[in-house]
Design a protein. Structure first.
Length: 238
């Protein structure tokens, strides 16, 4: 359905025959449930309700952009392994005239229903540059969603955009420079979120409740409970 397709466009990890893949809007073949995996050059059908990837068959690759696409995919692997414990990724490429267009999609998540929380990271980077090299125009956006629901309902939804001109040079040099920029932008974003939480703990959250009662003393709940029991016993004996 359209709702499933819209949800899937945000990035979902999938797997077929032991091969990891990513469900994204950029990889959509039919606008609904058939997706392209650029790493294996395969199309697959994704079942949203079961999370299964089926009907795997050969895809159509744009060979004109393949050397750049593959170089970025290879350069990205180490960064993802070092920073995202449960990542899914895809690098798409196409050549239009003398312009190379690449799209880098990253997803990472942690679902922990036993401890009442879940979280998801997604980022998407668009890259355009001439086949002669020079500089690439890079723009992207990053998004974090966190949901904590033990004895309450606390959610975080935040996003940030970034852009840069990245020197391409050779194929391998350009791929390294591109991944270096992506890594720097994403680290700055994550550090910014951490810093905001520290500031909120010291200001916003603190203003929501008193650190101490008006008496400036912590309440001894065990002692208070004992006093209540003693009072109840006295009331029963009188």
């Amino acid at each position: 359905s359209g709702i499933n397709a819209e949800y899937g466009s945000s990035g979902i990890n999938a797997e077929y025959g032991g091969t990891p893949a990513l469900v994204t809007k950029d990889g959509s073949v039919d606008g609904s449930k058939v997706f392209y995996d650029p790493g294996s050059n395969k199309n697959f059908t994704y079942k949203y309700l079961t999370g299964e990837a089926t009907n795997v068959e050969g895809g159509t690759r744009d060979n004109g952009a393949e050397k750049w696409r593959k170089a970025v995919e290879d350069a990205l692997a180490g960064y993802l392994k070092d920073n995202f414990p449960a990542f899914g990724s895809a690098v798409y490429g196409k050549l239009e005239g003398d312009t190379v267009s690449l799209t880098v999609a990253i997803e990472n998540h942690k679902y922990n229903p036993d401890n009442f929380y879940c979280g998801k990271w997604t980022s998407r980077w668009s890259v355009e540059f001439p086949t002669s090299g020079g500089y690439a125009k890079v723009s992207g956006h990053m998004k974090v969603q966190v949901h904590y629901y033990e004895d309450g309902n606390v959610q975080l939804h935040t996003k940030k955009s970034a852009e840069e001109s990245v020197q391409m040079g050779s194929v391998e040099e350009g791929a390294r420079n591109l991944v270096e920029f992506i890594g720097r932008a994403e680290r700055e974003y994550q550090l910014g979120i951490n810093e905001n939480y520290r500031e909120m703990s010291a200001t916003t959250f603190k203003s929501l409740r008193r650190a101490l009662p008006i008496t400036k003393n912590l309440v001894d709940w065990h002692k208070l409970h004992s006093l209540n029991i003693g009072r109840d016993l006295m009331n029963r004996t009188t």
